[in-house]
Design a binder for this molecule. Structure first.
Ligand code: SF4
Length: 262
């Protein structure tokens, strides 16, 4: 799911898929598309094919090669559950996340029905891992809130919401079964403004439900000018991470061989 490169809530991105297609109003100013299309036709550039969706199997093993535990945003330049990504490839991505379990992964999608269906079946083992956080984007009531229901119906151990870009008041909705909420306004050219009252509603709902709340940004054309203070302070709450031991060299070689053979 698209984001810009200054990601306050993750310290690495991993893109075993590149490209996507728009499906909702939340996609209107997709940063990933703008970035990727800038390089369409540039020979040898990773985005030579612009924002056309394609699998990047040579990137599958990347998390295994990062020896320091990281908070990894998976597919910042795509959507893992896009309809053109085969189930088998999604299973490979999940297998790598299971093997490289000293990292924490954040997987966000707008294709929430497919997330629910696969986590209930082919991805059941990955769904239950405490170091893989599964989430959906929420931009408004009509398109975003049904995704929350799909996520809640999925057997995920950790569930997160990315309420960004927040485009209207979400009004009361349930946070039952949700472990983390990130919220923010839209940034970049043509950014649609967010109202403080909408953000405060989300913050207060998180507070009442005892769900960690992370306020990412107000956004706007130049987001650095508008900062990320809400009601006089920043909100950087994050769920407790389960950090597991880094794999030793011998097991790493076996894991790399397994991923190469997937
Ligand atoms: S789903 Fe995410 S990555 Fe895909 S077009 Fe929409 S905002 Fe961009």
């Amino acid at each position: 799911m698209s984001d810009n490169t200054s990601i306050e809530w993750a310290d690495a991105t991993w893109n075993p898929i590149r490209g996507c297609t728009k499906i909702t109003s939340g996609c209107a100013h997709c940063y990933a598309e703008t970035f990727a299309e800038r390089f369409r036709g540039v020979p040898g550039h990773p985005y030579e094919q612009g924002f056309d969706l394609r699998l990047i199997p040579e990137k599958l093993s990347q998390p295994l090669l990062w020896r320091e535990p990281k908070m990894i945003f998976v597919n910042s330049m795509s959507d893992l559950f896009h309809e053109d990504v085969p189930d088998e490839y999604i299973q490979k991505v999940a297998r790598v996340m299971q093997l490289a379990n000293w990292h924490t992964y954040q997987v966000l999608t707008k294709r929430s029905e497919r997330l629910r269906d696969l986590l209930s079946t082919k991805l059941r083992a990955a769904a239950e891992e405490p170091h893989i956080w599964w989430g959906v984007s929420v931009e408004n009531r009509s398109q975003g809130l049904p995704r929350v229901e799909h996520l809640r119906a999925a057997p995920a151990r950790v569930r997160m919401l990315s309420i960004e870009p927040l485009l209207e008041s979400l009004e009361p909705f349930s946070l039952a079964g949700i472990d983390w909420v990130i919220c923010g306004g839209e940034s970049g050219p043509g950014a649609r403004p967010v109202q403080e009252s909408w953000v405060l509603e989300v913050r207060d709902r998180c507070h009442d439900a005892k769900v960690p709340f992370f306020f990412k940004q107000w956004g706007g054309r130049q987001k650095s000018r508008n900062g990320r203070e809400l009601a006089g302070r920043t909100y950087d709450e994050v769920p407790r991470r389960v950090v597991q031991a880094v794999m030793d060299r011998e097991r790493l070689q076996a894991a790399l061989a397994e991923v190469a053979a997937l």
